[in-house]
Write a protein that binds this ligand. Structure first.
Ligand code: FAD
Ligand code: SF4
Length: 503
């Protein structure tokens, strides 16, 4: 349809940086359409972002502008509105569907902006809606969605059956860390070399901080994640060639001396639009077909991208803008300053301190520290889910509204009362002890729930179950756990101890 309009300028948001956002064959702008990019300082002024995240986004945008050369007009403005007005006046512009409600409402409210379909995902909104609505009263479940995506996209399939005969290889992929290991011993992930553009970004960020205009949290040096398509492709290649084969088995394990384990570290590249999810899952599948990576690893990785990432994107839009405000457990406690300031020394819980330190220095952890260390602690302490979502969004290099809201509100804080998951993701210290080497040197003991040595996760777990006993008792997957409360001889003491907990 847009082909009729002569050379309408096309606006690229900062998370629309790959070739699939300027591809006329896939509903994008004409090949000769001028491009517009707006760098808004106001975005950083509104909230205290991790500095590594601000650096990565600005570096990626400026690198993309340098690649596009004369075709792009790169505007530095206070807000998007101002940038648009200064460059376009009221002239027509096209833009691909943005990734947040705020940005979508903004572009839809401007009569001269025409919104093209979303890019960077495997499934279209309409297709998802048809699938979800077609389930009638049945709850939405990621597993069902994932199987549907595998079938409709012919991913790891043999005819209409999954290769190897099983859809789900999670059972092979939840292993604890290898006994006695301090690291997994796999080849290191790709790390980029900084360029002159990074130096420029760093000096701008220094200037903004010095003037007090913008406040950041966390450390920013050196840049650890790809800022260009070329770097992102190299990172993908390195992952599928050297790390994919070992991805599966210890996917959920944590080692203090090995922060990345065998994870791909591709989330920021996917979310900046530097990589397309289709190429990631296709390359992974090819490694299985050529015999270079085992099925459990390849299926585990494909599940993360074609299952979880895709599902999270879809439910963000399907559940609507009110979903972010869900607070089924009525949790209202504000986040403590030590947490928002990323101060690892403020807590003696070794796991939490270690993970906070990793967030402070890198703006990234893999999914289990996010879910079972940071998120689980927030849930147990009754922190306000919206504030927890905002914290994750600001503190992680790959954090965007669409991905944080379902992951935090739904997955990690159970604030939607079970629309996304069948039960809350939380545990006592025993799980962390089984899946990591954090507990050995910790001053607490995972098996102790009351007293000086009491593990905050173990005590916090029982405290949470007690607070929400009525609700959890009605959940078949939780009844067993809730009944455990009746067997605790020291429950009163535990509840009193937890009333005073600060960190
Ligand atoms: P890998 O373990 O190598 O997985 C491969 C890819 O799968 C990731 O790069 C990512 O693109 C995708 N993926 C896997 N799980 C998810 C998921 N639940 N949601 C979306 N994509 C997924 N991921 C983000 O991209 N941005 C976030 O802001 C984010 N916040 C999270 C917050 C919480 C509380 C939790 C529990 C998870 C969150 N995730 C988020 C999902 C996941 O933790 C990260 O995608 C992953 O840790 C990134 O590291 P990786 O690229 O090495 O992932
Ligand atoms: Fe974390 Fe508890 Fe283990 Fe300490 S004992 S590392 S607080 S789970």
């Amino acid at each position: 349809m847009h082909e009729e309009e002569p050379r309408t300028p096309h606006w690229l948001f900062g998370d629309q940086l790959g070739p699939h956002f300027v591809d006329p064959a896939r509903g994008g702008p004409r090949r000769d359409a001028p491009l517009l990019m707006i760098e808004s300082k106001g975005v950083f002024r509104r909230r205290r972002f991790h500095r590594a995240k601000a650096h990565l986004i600005l570096s990626a945008m400026r690198h993309r502008a340098a690649e596009l050369g004369d075709r792009v007009r790169y505007v530095k403005a206070d807000t998007y509105r101002q940038g648009l007005r200064e460059t376009m006046g009221d002239d027509p512009v096209t833009v691909h569907h943005p990734t947040s409600y705020a940005a979508r409402d903004f572009v839809q409210g401007l009569p001269f902006v025409r919104v093209l379909s979303a890019r960077g995902f495997l499934v279209g909104h309409d297709e998802f809606k048809r699938w979800a609505d077609g389930r009638g009263t049945k709850h939405l479940r990621q597993e069902d969605f994932y199987r549907w995506v595998r079938t409709t996209h012919d991913l790891l399939m043999e005819g209409d059956r999954p290769v190897g005969g099983r859809w789900n290889l999670d059972h092979d992929n939840r292993q604890r860390p290898p006994r006695g290991a301090t690291e997994l011993g796999v080849p290191a992930p790709f790390r980029p070399q900084e360029s002159g553009i990074d130096a420029e970004v760093r000096s701008d960020l220094d200037r903004w901080s010095r003037s007090g205009e913008v406040e950041f949290v966390g450390e920013d040096a050196p840049r650890r994640f790809p800022a260009t398509r070329r770097e992102a492709l190299t990172a993908l290649r390195r992952f599928v060639d050297h790390r994919l084969a070992t991805f599966g088995a210890h996917e959920d394990a944590m080692l203090a001396g090995d922060e990345t384990m065998s994870h791909s570290l591709l989330s920021s590249s996917l979310n900046l639009g530097l990589l397309d999810p289709a190429e990631c899952v296709e390359q992974a599948e090819a490694r299985w077909r050529s015999g270079d990576a085992p099925l459990n690893s390849v299926e585990g990785f494909v599940r993360q991208i074609a299952g979880w990432r895709e599902y999270v994107w879809q439910v963000y839009w399907y559940f609507g803008p009110q979903y972010r405000a869900s607070n089924a457990l009525r949790h209202r406690v504000p986040l403590p300053d030590w947490f928002t300031d990323l101060s690892p020394d403020a807590t003696e819980a070794n796991c939490l301190s270690h993970v906070l330190e990793q967030v402070r220095t890198t703006g990234w952890t893999h999914h289990i520290p996010r879910l079972m260390v940071l998120g689980s602690f927030a849930l147990q302490q009754g922190w306000e889910p919206r504030a927890v979502t905002d914290w994750f969004h600001r503190s992680f290099v790959d954090g965007y509204d669409w991905v944080m809201v379902p992951n935090v509100v739904g997955m990690s804080q159970y604030a939607d009362g079970g629309r996304m998951t069948t039960k809350p993701y939380t545990s006592g210290g025993a799980y962390i002890d089984r899946m990591s080497d954090f507990c050995g040197p910790c001053r607490y003991k995972p098996s102790v729930r009351v007293g000086d040595d009491a593990c905050p996760y173990t005590a916090g777990y029982w405290n949470l179950l007690h607070r929400h006993r009525d609700r959890f008792e009605r959940n078949a997957r939780m009844t067993q756990a809730v009944r455990g409360l009746d067997r605790l001889p020291d429950l009163d003491e535990l509840l009193e101890q937890e009333r005073d907990r600060r960190s």
